[in-house]
Design a protein around this ligand. Sequence first.
Ligand code: MEV
Length: 437
Amino acid sequence: MNKISGFSKLSKNDKIKWIISNHFDGNSNEKNLLKKYWNNDKKIQRIHDDFSENTISNYYMPMGIAPNFNINDQYFTIPMVTEESSVVAAASYAANFWFDKGGFKAKVQDTEKIGEIYFLFDGETKILKSFFKNHKKFLLEKTSHLTKRMKSRGGGIINIQLFDCTNKLENYYKIQVTFNTADSMGANFINSCLEEMSAVFLKKANEYHPFVKKKNEIKVIMSILSNYVPKCIVKAFVKCSIDQLSNTKNIRSKDYIEKFISAIEISKIDTYRAVTHNKGILNGIDAVSIATGNDFRAIEAAIHSYACKSGNYSGLSNAYCSNGEFTFELTIPIPIGTVGGLTNSHPLVDWNLRLLNKPTSNQLMQITACVGLAQNFAAINSLITTGIQKGHMKLHLINILNKFNVNDELKGMAILHFKNKKITYESVYKYLKLNGI
Ligand code: MEV
């Protein structure tokens, strides 16, 4: 196979033609499979084609719904996009469990986002500091054409600071800019402001007499938002009287709570457990983020790095008992938005946001944090009682049955047959063989 140049400029059909002939020996079935996943509505297909470069088909992910979320005394039906079979079921279980125990409560504590201009400077820190002080206002003014609209929506630039990082890396300084991006996730806005600011900063530095006189040079290395957002924080919690946990999975509430709190304590001190614990939280958060058109990689990065803020990676939720009450809580950063990006262009994202009553970004932070907490509750609840495989395997069974294309009647029979039996690929295969597949 030869290197191809100008691939992105080919039409969609020509791209597919090239792929099929170079990777699938020209087999037209392979092309037909790709085409099966195209949308019949050309307008919708066009929208999806344009999301990314070199689109050749659509990759379906299930969009499910977790009903019965009582959040701050409002009821939500939550859209979740995930391929992991048990995630929606787990969120729904937890929503249902907490619904009439006061529900979930959530509060946004802070919404600051950070962008930075990273540069090297080979002169005296004192002179740089005075240059920065004298030009700070100017730098802000020069981005006003970019921040005007954001300001009218309640956002904008909150602060700019110079940091001397030369103790970490020779000649290394940075300008840290703090933003409020209102209802947008704000990545494009932040990066545009930073690039504009860094160009102005460099131009002014090159003209600055004390630098010119001493032949000092500022070398801007890069300007980019940071996905570490320890000041974009939301807290979610559930609370109930200890007695209300008494019927949970047939263990006494005292034993249940003790095990629950131990599970949390282990996540605080054991990295192997902490990462899995937090992954469970993110199962829910990612699913809501994708359903609402948000950058789940940014959210993952923000949350995992926050889990490490003390220097030790640790579990993010807390559980404790006081005055006869059990509290389970989660405090995390969630840089999320409800305007801009995919929220404007993906018809299902728009539908999902309408399902959620068109939340502001703060409301979506609260909703998403509650789903993360719900997911974590469901996981710990299963882990300390029945184990998670019981629930997982039920859904795994359906996936295996679908793989063998079984009809509804046999599917129903198989579900009944495996109700109290161990589900493995082999056991299901054997059962299907016996039943004529
Ligand atoms: C599986 O996707 C998530 C869990 O492993 C989370 C956890 O262990 O807490 C069940």
